[in-house]
Ligand binder design. Structure first.
Ligand code: JF5
Length: 262
């Protein structure tokens, strides 16, 4: 069955970009269902109040529990005995587990995901506790920085997830190439003209020597990763690096040590 994604926000218009381009096209093709809901529709007071002051004091406002419970009950009326039968409730938060390609791959296997966009200082914590009988609750962070609300994080997570669904990407070759998840950053890419503003494309790419091209690209991946993301090199499994990989990394490490020694 095609997956369902529900997004709840007090700014449903912020989510409109999801209707465009790739995701919108996938939606129109019936590859996924996406429903964007306004949290204020689940309020019952005249002012459609969604926030209140924090117990214990402190800056800012907190999202009230009851509108969230009403919205989540409308989306998922029943509790489920089997936790695996429960939909996922994703709550974007700087205090969540970090979203990675692995998370996107996990999400792409889910039948139903509900995204709860918080604003202000966040949602009353009791909502997440209460929701655990209906949902597999996952506070998720895009990274170590603060946004004004969960909407932008949800757009990133829905796009990263939906593009992995069968039929969404026109050329699935590109997905296979990416999923060659060797744990390294991608190599740099070039297209015509072969010389642009006095800058030639690396010669090896014009050689037609496929083995040499593959090795050069591997070297560039390693160089880029060791400079920009040394944390990824540390996390590589023992067998991820061949002899030449190790030699290159040692060489660059020595060169950089030299540069640091004034
Ligand atoms: C948010 C309270 C949610 O700021 C974020 C975020 C940062 N990384 N990933 C998500 O979410 C919005 C802000 C404050 C709850």
């Amino acid at each position: 069955m095609n997956p369902r994604y529900d997004v709840v926000s007090i700014f449903p218009e912020y989510l409109q970009p999801l209707e465009l381009s790739l995701i919108g096209k996938a939606r129109r093709a019936g590859l996924l269902e996406l429903t964007i809901r306004d949290l204020r529709e689940f309020t019952t007071d005249r002012h459609r109040t969604v926030d209140d002051t924090p117990y214990g004091g402190g800056a800012g406002m907190v999202m009230k529990a009851e509108p969230w419970a009403q919205a989540l009950e409308a989306i998922q009326p029943s509790e489920a005995e089997d936790p695996e039968a429960r939909p996922v409730l994703v709550v974007p938060s700087p205090a969540g587990e970090v979203f990675t390609q692995r998370t996107a791959e996990d999400f792409a296997r889910e039948e139903h995901i509900v995204f709860a966009c918080g604003r202000y200082e966040g949602i009353d914590e009791r909502v997440l506790e209460w929701a655990a009988d209906r949902f597999r609750v996952r506070p998720v962070s895009l990274g170590d920085y603060v946004l004004n609300g969960g909407e932008v994080a949800v757009m990133a997570m829905v796009e990263a997830t939906a593009r992995l669904l069968p039929g969404v990407i026109g050329n699935p070759e590109s997905l296979i190439e990416e999923s060659h998840a060797d744990g390294l950053l991608e190599y740099p890419v070039y297209t015509k003209p072969s010389v642009w503003r006095d800058r030639p494309v690396p010669e090896v790419l014009l050689s037609g020597n496929h083995a040499a091209i593959a090795r050069a690209r591997r070297d560039w991946q390693l160089e880029r990763t060791s400079r920009r993301r040394p944390d990824l090199i540390k996390d590589l499994p023992e067998d991820a690096l061949d002899r030449r990989d190790r030699t290159l990394l040692d060489e660059w490490a020595r060169e950089r040590e030299q540069d640091d020694t004034v």
